[in-house]
Structures are given as structure tokens and as C-alpha cells.
Design a protein around this ligand. Sequence first.
Ligand code: FSO
Ligand code: SF4
Length: 541
Amino acid sequence: MFCYQCQETAGCTGCTKFGVCGKSPDLARMQDLLIYVTKGLSAVTTTLRAQGESIPAHVNHYVTINLFTTITNANFDDEIFYQRVFETLNLKNELLAKVADKTNLPEAALWTATDREELDEKSTKVGILTTENEDIRSLRELIIYGLKGLAAYMKHANELKYDNEEISAFMQKALASTLNDQLTIDELIALTLETGKVGVDGMALLDAANTGTYGNPEITKVNIGVGTRPGILVSGHDLRDLEQLLEQSKDSGVDIYTHSEMLPAHYYPAFKKYNHFVGNYGNAWWKQKEEFESFNGPILMTTNCVVPPAPSYKNRLFTTGAAGVPGCKHIDRDENGYKDFSEIIELAKTCQAPTEIEKGEIIGGFAHAQVFALADQVVEAVKSGAIRKFFVMAGCDGRQKARNYYTDFAKALPKDTVILTAGCAKYKYNKLDLGDINGIPRVLDAGQCNDSYSLALIALKLKEAFELTDINELPLAFNIAWYEQKAVIVLLSLLYLGVKNIHLGPTLPAFLSPNVAKVLVENFGISGIGTVEDDIKLFLE
Ligand code: FSO
Ligand code: SF4
């Protein structure tokens, strides 16, 4: 196996024996194969579009879910990958029959198979290392990882009936382009930046879907303690899953808690009507082994960020959507999108209430509309000098000790600075008592990783308020933590929006070859992190 798509990759170079995340070599090769056949399908759809044919939405959604399923920590179930590869080949073969001229199609578009042995054999020949030139490989993977992140966001938008054929067409064109040996480095760099542009469109679509369906997030205090009734813990990012569970469980005597990236659900007005939606339990994804154990009740994983479960709670872990764990019950949607969560609710009734691991409240809900409502107050605080600088510290949390940098950094920031956050990175500092500036909390949480879009809108709004021509003239620094591929699309989107001098940690991606890293450093000023002391000095210069 060879995988280097996430920040925790072995030795900061690549997982070759077993994934640090728990991905086995067999799973890794089947994920490679799924990506390969999805590229083949995309080459066919791209050719058909050029022929003037329209592609049905279900094909677009198929590409999306395939990409999402291969995101780090999303799905550990080998069987799902066999099934998806066969289904993708069937879809592709149907569409292939409509292609008038097949001579320019790549091998991935023409290859097909009917039994598992053929899949097993092919899966060992289509991995990342088949691209020999390390710079081409680096750019291809950078694009693919960005597309995986974008696919996750599209899937959530699609669940809320928001869709965009242009985004799908671009994703498929870009995927197909990673098979094209004729593309030059410069063309691949241009495609990388275009991926960032479409990333912004995708995040805007999801923002419209979330706020259009559930209202604009508003300032909210979230309880982090526990009640006396049994609970169900909902993790991941899918708000539609949460909504269905809240609705189905409202009179059951069971409480619903959020975990990790689901925390921002509390900020949406639409979920406030549920009295049994009581709080957030635990921290970022990587602490789940202890926290799922002490939660005592069932856990629903709606997306990535699953850690292979311990036997003590495996029988209480359920997956849905792109998530999957062998041996854990997976709940599928019916053709109308309905998911029957009754088994989870019934199981919860037989469980003990969660064991308390902390007490108190955290505050969040600072997405764009809420911050715009406070814009005068914020602008005034900057003009008066009460706020010296904003630090965008969005992104991810993870298990490496080096990430304590972000807690130390937050603690060491001067009291006239404000942190803008989104994603699970927030758990490194959202429970510290960092105080406020004239009533504005010093940590403003916009929401999930996709809500980094809100942070970009806030930056653009500040630029307007201060009548600046360049976002980089704002008193705003970017110190971002990354872990998996959604953070890649967020990064590419920020680059597309013209943000310079982003600091990225705790380590730079292993998939950036020295030459590609050099392009990012020279054109965008991207850098890694240093010591807290040096970095704060640098940022405040
Ligand atoms: Fe991932 Fe990061 Fe949002 Fe976390 S980008 S790791 S659990 O912020 O979640 O999907
Ligand atoms: Fe390794 Fe990350 Fe790939 Fe898992 S997803 S195999 S940890 S690089």
C-alpha cells in the first residue's frame, strides 16, 4: 500500500505497511481501485458532456459519494468498496455505450471486470505511485484530495436538495484530467487553482443549503455536561441525519448529544425547538475511544472521523452515509432520503445515562450573518485599538502531541487579539477561558470545517468596512491546522480568494513534492509552523 493523503501519514512520508488511521493494505488497494474506476467514469461523463449529452444527477452523486467514502477515517468496510467498484463499472459501461468516439478515452474508462479476483488483481496496479514523476504525482493528488473534500460538502448539500451541475461537471473533468499524461506542470497548477475556485462555489452551495434549511447560526451557549436520561451521541457533519434523528426521537425519553464536528448544529435556529437536544459530549474525533466508552449510549457516525472502535462500545456504534465500519450496523436512506433510526433509539432506552466528563458551557455561532450583525461593534473595536489582530485558526485537530502548539499559541496570544475558528481545530482552545474584548469573545467559532467559508466572507466584509483593496492588508493572520482532505479544499479555496502567507501545521503535507511546495511558498507565501514564541512575534510584527 501507499497512502499519504492525511497529516498523520507514517513518518511524514507515506503509510506503506498499515495506515496510522487503521486502514489495512487490502482496504487501501480497494480505495485506490475505487478512485481509479471513478476517474474512468468521470472521463466518460466528461466526453459525453463534450458531445452535448446531459449527465443524470444520480451519476454526479455517485461520483461524489465514491470520493467521500475514501476520505481519511470515513469507511473501513472492504465490502462497501467491492460493491461500489462493481456499481461504478456498471454505471460507466452503460454510459460508455453512448460515447461516439472512444479512441481518446483513457484505459480507466475502458477497463471493466465481472468478478472479485479481477478487482483484486487490478487494485494492486492502480495506486498513487503509478504516476512516476513526483511533481506530477504531487499535483494530481493535491487536486484529487481537494476534490474529495469538495465531494463531502456536495454530498451534504445534495442531502438538503441543493445541487449544482457545473460543480459536478468540473469535479469530473478534473478527475479525468489526472489520467491525462499530456498535461504539463503549469496546466496542473492552473487546474489546482481552479479546484480552489470551485471549492468556494461548493462551500457557498453548502452554506446556502444549511442556512436555507435550518436558518442562520446565532450566538449560542452549549452545555458540555450531561443529564440523567440515556443519550444518543451524533458525530460527523451531516445535519440532515441529525434532523431526522431529532424528529424520530423527540418523545422517546432519550436525549441527543453532539460530538466533535456536530457541535455547531446547536447554533442553528431550527434545532433549538428540540428540548431533548441537550448538549455536546467530549472533544475532537481522536479522543473518541475513551469518550464513546464513557458515553454509555449508542453513537451515530454520519461521516468521516471514525476511529476503528474498541470492543467495549462497538455494538453501540452505528454508521450512515459515507461512513462504515465492518461489524457495525449501517443505516441506509430509502429512495426518499428517509432513514429509520428506531433501532438506535430503542437501544438507547436500555443504556445508562452518559458519565459526566466535564461541566459548563461553550459559546459559538459566529458564522457570517451573526458576525455581520455585530460588524459595527467589531469595526469599532479595531478602530479604537481594542482588537489589534484576528487569527484565523480553522482546520482540524488530531492526536499528535505537536498539535499542543495550537493550545499554547491560543494561550500565548496577547489579550487584544481574536481567534476566528471553524472545524474541529477549535477543541484545542475552545474550553480555555480566554475572555472577551468589549463583549466580543476572543474565540469566535463559525462552525464546521466547511464553515471556513463564513470566515472568508467575514474577511471580505472587514476588507469592505476598512475600504481596503486587498484582503492581505487586513489585521488578519492565518495559522491553520490540517488533518484530512476537507482541509485541502479549504486551503485551495483560500488560495483562490487571494489569501497569502498562510501558516500550515503541524506539518506540511507529505504529498507536496519539494518543487510543488516551492511553487506554493513562492506564489502564496505558505509556510509551516515554528515555535509559539517565534510565530507570535512574526505574526505581530
Ligand atoms: Fe475533517 Fe478537520 Fe470537518 Fe474535523 S477537516 S478533521 S473532525 O475538522 O472535521 O472534516
Ligand atoms: Fe496513512 Fe492517512 Fe492514508 Fe490513513 S489516510 S493510510 S493515516 S496517510
